[in-house]
Design a protein around this ligand. Structure first.
Ligand code: GAF
Length: 379
């Protein structure tokens, strides 16, 4: 990235790495003030950057081989989708930081687009970090995560939770984060599975309408909360609700809202159980929760798709797979699997063959390491 930067923009740049993320369990719970268990991974975005004195942002995406530029004083959404993640963060930060001036950035990485490993959060956190360093904004990492989330809401149009940005910027080597999305309190869990490991399987599908369906799921939860509040005024989010409360208001909501809200309540309970099981090193029961989570995501929350269901179903009865589920927002992307290390080659081989037979798509599998969150490589 440094060489490419020098060729395009001249001066010797600084360099950072901003990681993608996995999530062990706790899906669609973050925007319901719930619990999640993500970690930053060694797939991410490298970003070379420096100030310029042009009062413009100049950006080059190495992976798309596309360049874009805008006046700092006049930022509008662009047709290049990747640029909007950068501009969105810039717009958010400019609201409170008039110090921001011109800068150049060149970036590229190895997070497969649409894989559900959150390249968007990696990009947002990377740019937030860049601006913080270049213009001495005095932001803490958590502030940068929040700015990334707001950029996504206000500029990109996805009303996401805080999980992805938090994981990308606050990740810790060899640890997952157990994050409470209401209080933003968190703790790190060392992740050693001994003879087991995590394997990601990329379905390589990204069904259209993923963004609007995501926002629609969030609205369903809000409708559920509004209905609950009529009977239970102290309920502020689905985090406060129970399945008994849901039963009590069942007649006042549609079946769809009932199913979706019940899923969120159950998924929160699963994260709580998962925390205990990981502490006890009970991996078999932990894995069973992953299968349960997938079932809820597929049948109740309806954010899976036939390709993801296929990948999970293929490993359900396999003695070397403790758990499997779709990961992230859904409608495509990766499954996360907890498998026996020694079975990895066999599983990849079998799954790839069957997936190709069924969908004519070459499956991609990744073994990832957990790494530190967004950080400078060259100050
Ligand atoms: C996407 C969102 F960006 C996250 O905030 C989270 O809601 C996730 O989907 C589902 O758990 O990655």
């Amino acid at each position: 990235m440094i060489t490419i930067f020098k060729k395009r923009y001249g001066t010797g740049p600084r360099l950072l790495f901003s990681p993608g993320r996995i999530n062990l369990i706790g899906e669609h719970t973050d925007y319901n003030e719930g619990l999640v268990m993500p970690g930053a991974i060694n797939k991410g975005i490298y970003m070379a950057f420096e100030k310029n004195d042009l009062q413009r942002v100049r950006m080059y995406s190495y992976d798309f081989d596309e360049e874009a530029s805008a006046a700092i004083s006049q930022i509008e959404p662009m047709s290049a989708n990747w640029a909007n993640y950068i501009l969105g963060v810039l717009v958010e930060l400019k609201k409170t930081n008039p110090k921001i001036q011109g800068f150049d950035v060149v970036f590229g990485g190895d997070i497969p687009i649409g894989s559900g490993l959150s390249s968007s959060a990696a990009l947002e956190c990377g740019i937030g970090f860049v601006l913080n360093v270049l213009f001495d904004l005095g932001l803490k990492k958590i502030d940068i995560a929040k700015v990334g989330q707001m950029a996504e809401h206000n500029f990109v149009g996805v009303r996401c939770g805080i999980m992805d940005q938090f994981a990308s910027i606050k990740g810790k080597k060899n640890h997952v984060i157990r994050l409470d999305c209401r209080s933003l309190s968190y703790s790190y869990f060392p992740l050693f599975f001994l003879e087991y490991q995590i394997l990601l399987c990329n379905s390589k599908v990204k069904h259209s309408l993923a963004e609007s369906s995501y926002n629609e799921r969030r609205s369903s939860c809000e409708i559920g909360v509004a209905a609950l509040q009529k009977k239970y005024p102290k309920v502020n989010s689905l985090r406060d609700a129970t399945l008994t409360m849901m039963d009590a208001i069942k007649a006042s909501i549609t079946d769809t809202i009932f199913k979706r809200c019940s899923y969120v309540i159950e998924e929160n309970q699963r994260v709580q159980k998962a925390t205990q099981l990981l502490k006890q090193r009970n991996l078999a029961s932990f894995g069973a929760l992953l299968f349960e989570s997938h079932r809820g995501l597929s049948e109740k929350y309806e954010v899976s798709c036939k390709e993801l269901d296929f990948l999970v179903n293929q490993v359900k009865e396999d003695p070397d797979v403790l758990g499997s589920r779709m990961m992230g927002g859904g409608f495509g992307g990766c499954t996360i699997n907890l498998i026996k290390r020694t079975a990895k080659p066999r599983l990849i081989d079998q799954l790839s063959t069957k997936y190709k037979e069924q969908y004519q798509i070459e499956l991609e599998c990744y073994e990832v390491e957990l790494v530190n969150g967004t950080h400078l490589l060259k100050p």
